[in-house]
Design a protein around this ligand. Structure first.
Ligand code: KG4
Ligand code: ZN
Length: 347
């Protein structure tokens, strides 16, 4: 059986991602971001994101098709993110996917954005073409500006369990908010990461959210970063009120350490509790240097196989959505009914 040729559309946040895959082979991964338009607001503005998708979608589809060297007629199916994400942004992608599927007479597969992040691991590209995809079950830790989730993936196309997620801010959002407290521009994650390079991570002991004994029963795999953010803001404020200089690099390093420690403590605990010696990372926060370092240390120590896809497949993209669509086809799943909608709170 030949591997399906699938075009994936991702518009759940500020990236307009179009990907084309044949089975598990990546043919193109085109991304247009409206990040710069959001920068002056200090965060993603939903309506700005939706309008940018409308501008970018057709050019991005044309670019992806040209890069892959295919014709739209050759496609076997369209895959599209139907949630979770920003409602208006999702609707633009779903509308475009339906229009394309209808005009080409091709089936359409509506997919879950978070499961798409796990699907990124399937793709063989230049850099990791020799590697085999991870075996299942696997634990997946997804950390971005919009989500912080811990998944138990028994089967990518049929059995994905949400073990826990953030109960307030996403990890990337916490980086962005703390960056603002420290007077850095948006997006703050890379800036905090850079400042932390020359900071002392043990200078200040910031709190690890939902890690106290009393929280662990109900929230063993959940995350909370808003208390940490407030604690950093208060610490900085006290220094300023006292007329003392703020050691920005030490604050950045200590904050980063608290986030990384919390994320990996819970991810490794899930691997141990479920006896699953595999951990997959995904989402834009994976770019964080300390997160990668500690992930390697802790998984090595616990005998857990660690998988980190290339960064271009970790941040939001259409290729991972196409890959998941292709996998659904190969696993024999039916296409979605034509009346599916966009669901911003899809579990
Ligand atoms: O997955 P992504 O590109 O987009 C969405 O969330 O939609 O993730 C972006 C998030 C931002 O919050 C950004 O500050 C954060 O990832 N980020 C980082 C780093 N690079 C990006 N956070 C920490 N350290 C980094 N090096
Ligand atoms: Zn994402």
């Amino acid at each position: 059986r030949t591997e399906p040729l699938v075009l994936g559309i991702e518009t759940s946040c500020d990236e307009t991602g179009i990907g084309i895959v044949r089975g598990t082979r990546l043919l193109s991964n085109t991304i247009a971001s409206s990040m710069e338009e959001h920068a002056r607001y200090g965060g993603v503005v939903p309506e700005v994101a939706a309008r940018a998708h409308l501008d970018e979608l057709v050019p991005a589809i044309n670019a992806a098709v040209a890069e892959a060297g295919i014709r739209l007629d050759d496609l076997d199916a369209i895959a599209v993110t139907c949630g979770p994400g920003l409602s208006g942004a999702l609707m633009v992608g779903v509308g475009a996917a339906k229009a394309l599927a209808l005009s080409l007479g091709k089936p359409i597969y509506a997919v879950n954005h978070l499961v798409g992040h796990v699907g990124a691991d399937l793709l063989r590209t230049g850099a990791n073409s020799h590697e085999e995809p991870l075996d299942y079950p696997t634990i997946a830790l997804l950390v971005s500006g919009g989500h912080t989730s811990l998944l138990l993936v028994r089967d990518l196309t049929s059995d994905v369990e949400l073990l826990g997620e953030t109960i307030d801010d996403a990890a990337g959002e916490a980086f962005d908010k703390v960056a603002r407290v420290l007077g850095m521009l948006y997006p703050g994650g890379p800036r905090i990461d850079a400042a932390a390079l020359t900071g002392d991570a043990t200078a200040i002991r910031f709190p690890r959210g939902l890690s106290k004994h009393k929280d662990m029963e109900k929230h063993r795999y959940d995350f909370s970063f808003s208390g940490l953010k407030t604690s950093v803001a208060r610490w900085v404020e006290q220094r300023e009120d006292a007329g003392e200089p703020v050691p920005v690099n030490d604050v950045a390093a200590s904050f980063r350490e608290a986030v990384v420690d919390t994320l990996l403590t819970k991810a490794v605990a899930a691997c141990v509790d479920y006896d699953v010696p595999r951990l997959l990372l995904g989402g834009g926060v994976i770019a964080n240097a300390r997160l990668r370092e500690v992930a390697i240390e802790r998984t090595d120590a616990a005998g857990i196989a660690l998988r980190i896809p290339p960064l271009s497949l970790c941040t939001d993209n259409g290729a991972m959505i196409a890959a998941l669509g292709a996998q659904l086809i190969m696993a024999g799943h039916n296409p979605s009914a034509p009346d599916f909608g966009a669901d911003s709170t899809l579990p």
